[in-house]
Each structure stands twice: as structure tokens, then as C-alpha cells.
Design a protein around this ligand. Sequence first.
Ligand code: SAM
Length: 296
Amino acid sequence: MKEGKPSATAEANAAFRAAELMRPEDERVCHDPYAKDFLGTKFSIMGKSRLLTKIALWYAERVIPGGPNGVIARTRYIDDYLEACIDDGIAQLVILGAGYDSRAYRVDRLKGKIKVFEVDHPYTQRAKVEKVRKIFGFLPDDVVYVPIDLDKRKLSEGLFESGYDRNLKTLFIWEGTTQYLKAEAVDETLAFISNNSGEGSSIIFDYAFQSALDGTLHHEEAKKWRAAFERRGEPPTFGIEEEDIEEFLSSRGFFQVKNVTTESLEGSYFSGANQGRRVTRLGGIVHATVKPQEQT
Ligand SMILES: C[S@@+](CC[C@H](N)C(=O)[O-])C[C@H]1O[C@@H](n2cnc3c(N)ncnc32)[C@H](O)[C@@H]1O
């Protein structure tokens, strides 16, 4: 993150979701009606006209091949998982590295029923809160904003001060964020979740492959990906290999681990008119349930 500045990658993600809104309704893979309202001048052409959006996406695709589609497929997968967790009776939602995530404002089944904690780096959260005030004219009562730099402060400090209840069944969404943290911050966060959440709580997050960070996988694509994030002042710092993800989570207090490959996301979402939209092969998505205390 650049000193004093909100995350540029968070805005880029919102821009890709804004671009998706320009597709005909029956072709949209995810639907985020507020994404365009979070954009600053740099990304403001996204979602303005079909032609400008197409040009901007063509350029973004050259910078990070499969990146824009990866964000869209990931957001959709996590939306579907959230709906399943609501069916399953979650009482709290914690969104880590929330950026311009608009689930608290667009998922009706959350509103007034499930408290949402948005945790983010203070620089990004300050910008988000200003935008939310501008879009809605107020800050919703059932959204709690928790500013924490996870590389410097523990999640426990901020969440408990903000009214988080460790006995409730909770879903933790960690979208597009583990890549930018130190390994110790990822470990601390997972330890907090496995030790401080109610029965049946779960987590969903995406991760980069370590081999994409060190350049041994898809060399050219990975090189472009790293260079793009370095230019934005957010170089990727953390990765895990796909074959290690189950053991990684199991040894940190989780079970029922399900890893989702980018190939399977393409198969699920990019068919028909969306056929041919390619997702970057540099990472995956995973979800897992917190092990009951007697199993840990
Ligand atoms: C790529 S954005 C993802 C935003 C959003 N979750 C999404 O998917 O659109 C990365 C997010 O991680 C947050 N972040 C980066 N470093 C962080 C840190 N040290 N502590 C807390 N949040 C951090 C940024 O502020 C930003 O919101």
C-alpha cells in the first residue's frame, strides 16, 4: 500500500465489477450495482459506456491476462457461498480486507439480520467510509467498520473492541487480500478465527500460488502479474501451493477444506455468451470450516 493512500487494487477490483454491469443482464456473472459508485477518476470510464469499458478491459487483460475475469468469477463464487452460509444460519459476517466490497449494502438477506464487520487497512477504509456516506447519505447501523493494518495489529484487538461475539456462527470472507499480507499476519488471522468463532463458523479466501510469486509457474503471465501489482505499490508477498492448501488449513484448526480451481470457475460461469473468458491460472479459492474444539 502506498503511504497515506487507499488501496489501488481494491479500486481496480471494483472497476472490473462495474464493467460487468455493462453486460446484458442475462450474461452478467456477478451483479454489484454499487461498484461504479466507488470509483475515483482513474477508473471512472469503467461502467460509463459499453465501448469505453470494452477498451479499458482489453487493456487490463493485456496488463494482467485473466485478471479481470478472475475477479468476476471469484466475487460470484463468494456471493454464492455467502448465500449458502446464510441458509446455514450464520449470525455474523466478517469481511477482511473489505476494500469496496458492497455485500453489506447489496445482499438483502444480510440487512437488519446479520451484523457485518468490515475490516480493512485504515487508509482504504477511510476512503470507503466517505464513499458509503456519499452513496447512501448515511452509514448503515448494522455495518461496523474496523480499521486495522493486519501486518501491524492483531485482528483480536480491533474486532473485540467493535462488538464481535466469539460465540456466534460467523463467516469470514477474505477476498483478494492474503496475497498482500506477511505470512505471520495470515497465520495470526487464521489463529484468531479458529480460536474465536462459534460452532460451524467458516472462512473463504483466495490465494496466490507461491510459484507465481517466485516466477516458476507460467513465467510470463506471473511476471506481468507481479509487475502490475508492484506498479500499484502493492507487490504480492504471500503464496501457498495448491497441493499444500488442505494441510495448511488443517494444521491451523480447519476441516472440510474445499479448494476451487480457476479451471472449475471457468467451467461454472463462463459458458454460452461468456464462453472463452479466461481466468488467470496463478491462484485458487478455498473454503473451510473451523474444527470443533475437541478435534483441534
Ligand atoms: C485487492 S484489494 C481487495 C478488496 C476487496 N476485498 C475486493 O476483493 O474487491 C486488497 C485489500 O487488502 C487490504 N489490505 C492490504 N494490506 C492490508 C493490511 N496490511 N491490513 C489490512 N488490510 C490490508 C487493502 O486495503 C484492500 O482493501
